[in-house]
Design a binder for this molecule. Structure first.
Ligand code: ZN
Length: 280
């Protein structure tokens, strides 16, 4: 267990998740013998054992709730087991309960996690709607600590994969800009190490997306392209052939948003910037 701040502790639990990660970050917000657990992991036995051991080390606080930032199973899959272990209600946003159902999961037992202020012991915690990675992702902001539990909006060592139908790039950029405005002192990501320079890190995240937007739009201003062709252009030398279909999905995330904005048009699976000259 790692102490992140005066009131936040990190239990890194093994989970089945996207490479390069093998663990999910579960967080405890602890004050005056009261706690909430955020993102208990996927529920494998080893991870529940770690949570129970760390709960003992924290002095067996009363666990008031288990919150899931979003429905992906590496975050919410262990909610029921953790809720049973610590006799606490489990929470997930309404939109992500619907996503869980759409993906063949069962949201029974989840209460609705909504934006707003709660308190843990004497600590204020603000629950923020921060969609983009999933439609109903929630982040937890600790104004006294100037800390943020970011779910998968931020990862410790890599950028985040935003792919439809869960992901929405426009919403994601909007959420990142809101998080940037909080002037955070640290971010607890969903996976990977604690981010200790959040201002620079978020700025880099935003710049990375915007650069990619410009790059794809520039490509589409000359001619029609398939998502695959775009991926092969923008990820050339960065992704292997085997990884290129993931690249194609990421490109589709950009295209879905550009279409929504009316910046591009689609014809038989190919895309072009609106108003581009047709040289063919
Ligand atoms: Zn995750």
């Amino acid at each position: 267990m790692l102490q992140v701040s005066n009131t936040v502790y990190l239990s890194e639990v093994p989970s089945v998740t996207l490479p390069p990660y093998h663990t999910t970050n579960a967080y405890w917000i602890l004050d005056l013998g009261r706690a909430v657990l955020v993102d208990p992991g996927d529920g494998q036995e080893a991870s529940i054992d770690i949570l129970e051991r760390d709960w003992e080390s924290l002095g067996r606080p009363v666990v008031e709730a288990v919150y899931c930032t979003h429905y992906h199973l590496d975050h919410s899959g262990g909610a029921r087991k953790a809720g049973d272990a610590f006799q606490a209600p489990i929470y997930l946003s309404r939109d992500d309960q619907a996503c869980l159902r759409d993906h063949g999961g069962d949201p029974t037992g989840f209460q609705t996690l909504s934006p707003g202020r709660i308190s843990v012991g004497g600590m204020d915690v603000e629950i923020l709607a921060a969609p983009g990675h999933t439609p109903g992702q929630m982040n937890l902001w600790l104004p006294d600590d100037r800390g943020l539990l970011a779910g998968d909006n931020v990862l410790g060592n890599t950028t985040v994969v935003i792919v439809p139908p869960d992901g929405h790039l426009g919403q994601y950029l909007h959420s990142l800009k809101h998080l940037e405005s909080l002037e955070l002192a640290w971010i607890g990501p969903g996976h990977g190490g604690i981010v200790r320079h959040p201002g620079a890190y978020l700025a880099q995240y935003i710049a990375h997306r915007e650069e990619r937007n410009q790059q794809i739009l520039a490509l589409l201003s000359s001619d029609w392209h398939t998502p695959r062709a775009i991926a092969e252009d923008v990820y050339r030398g960065k992704l292997s052939d085997a990884e290129m279909s993931m690249g194609e999905w990421m490109v589709r995330g950009h295209l879905a948003w550009f279409l929504e904005q009316g910046w591009i048009e689609e014809r038989e699976g190919q895309y072009r910037k609106v108003g581009a000259h047709d040289f063919s």
